[in-house]
Write a protein of this length. Structure first.
Length: 159
């Protein structure tokens, strides 16, 4: 636990400090470390967290772009507008979707695959939001497309 590391001291900028205590923080998503500078003896706290790299998104036209969490959030919020769903549920679904995408283990993921993952998540969360998202995602052109989607949804529920 008393490792010497290359964490610069915020007081004297020395390159070496030793870890004197480590604890989990942020519900296990971070490590809080108390450090002591070897040069000046001052103590300071650092936090470590993992960096998650999302795959790039391959659009239907073949273009490649970075994954955009804000865009995903906007899509979810639009589909869930005025639905009886809490912000905590939305955050959980957003996290679950991103975890599912990361677990694919791919550097590039087709936007169609992401859309299917979102539809699965919305189906489990709220059927109205699911149909709203599907209407945009699948580009419904008429009421018949809505009817077919609702029939498919009802069949899935009874399986």
């Amino acid at each position: 636990m008393f490792n010497s590391t290359a964490m610069h001291c915020p007081f004297c900028n020395a390159a070496d400090s030793k870890v004197i205590d480590s604890r989990l923080a942020a519900e296990g998503c971070q490590i809080r470390r108390r450090r002591e500078c070897i040069s000046c003896g001052e103590r300071f706290t650092t936090f470590e967290s993992f960096e998650v790299v999302m795959p790039r998104v391959i659009k239907s036209d073949g273009k490649n772009e970075p994954f955009d969490e804000a865009k995903l959030r906007r899509s979810l919020m639009h589909a869930l507008q005025k639905r009886p769903v809490t912000q905590e549920q939305i955050e959980a679904v957003l996290s679950d979707i991103q975890l599912h995408i990361r677990r694919l283990g791919e550097r590039d993921v087709k936007s169609r695959t992401i859309g299917e993952i979102v539809m699965q998540a919305l189906f489990a969360l709220d059927h109205v939001a699911y149909v709203r998202f599907a209407s945009v995602y699948q580009d419904f052109q008429d009421v018949e497309a809505f009817r077919r989607q609702i029939e498919q949804m009802q069949q899935r529920e009874h399986e």
